[in-house]
Unconditional design. Sequence first.
Length: 419
Amino acid sequence: MDQQLKDPSIVAPEQTRRSSRIGVILTTLAVLSLLAGIVWWTRQQGAPQPAGGGRNAAPMSIVPATIGKGDIGVTLNALGTVTSLATVTIKSQISGYLQRIDFKEGDEVKKGDLIAQIDPRPFEATLAQARGQLARDEAQLKGAQVDLARYQNLAKQNAVPHQTLDTQIALVAQNQGTVEADRASVQSAEVNLAYCRIVSPINGRVGLRQVDLGNYVTAGDSTGLVVITQLEPISVLFTLPEDNLQAVAKRLREGAVLPATAYDRSGANKLAEGSLQTFDSQIDPTTGTIKLRAQFENDKRTLYPNQFVNIRLLLDTHKDVMTMPMAGVQRGVPGTFVYLVNADSTVSVRPVKLGVTDGDRVEVMSGLEVGDRVVIDGADKLREGTKVIVRSAADAASPAGAAKGAATGAAKHGDGPKQ
């Protein structure tokens, strides 16, 4: 036994096996520690960091708005096309050389103003000829009537045959017909002569000239001389879903005047104000919409035919209701909610029920009271119970003010720069 303990050849294998077991254990522990570290790091990276959470978190900078009462309109929005109430293509009704053009492109003309004139000399000659023919036939009629009166007196005395009297009666009637035809010829010549002066049939704006001075124009010209478009007043045709028709029709039957406002393509700039006139008698079955016409005075000439505009139709007005800015409305798991600013400078989630929307304001049906303050800026990182610092809307509009608010919050929390 003592010999075995003293023999190195026997002790060495035992120590080797012990060292090997210790190495395996240490390696296993190192691998487990490494895996635990990887798992911890992954969880730390993937876990959401609640903004404003915790007792020592810095307050968030927000801009609140106070719930008040007021009037809010029930509006319908639609896309419309400006349409002139009267567009006239000025054409010649006779043939002749264009002798005069009495307008400049873009002029404003009134009804009856001279637009152009065609050479009147051929028509003056025709009128003179028709008047001469009329004078001759009127003289013949007068002579025939005198003879008829003489024959009638002689017939009473049986001095002339009845056949002669009948013939004279027929001759007078024939001359009367000829005179009537001559008078019609004179009127026709007068009309043609009047057509030499082409006048405006409406009030409107003259467009671009289609024919130059000196050209020979005819009644069959398709292009015409110029186009006159009425701009005051002017209308807008727009469409609404058929579901809105009953509400609109009811208001019109009640005699209400529904204001309509036209905005530009972006919907930001107001162009004109008018009112709804009427709606079409049929619903388009392919789109399920109906056409409506609104009329605008357009005295500032902000609307032109075929212009695309956005129409905002005021259907009704809700009086003295709670309203708030649309910027304060949030949507998420609770549904529609707001962040209510509490008296202890914290916020809480408050579900609300909303009504109609008018521009940037919305009607509050329930969930809030008049005087409550809700967050309208800075709500993206808020949570239930987050501490907040109130800043003004002017500060929110400027980057410097926002930075100032953030610095103030950090200073109050104790994270500001040390002096």
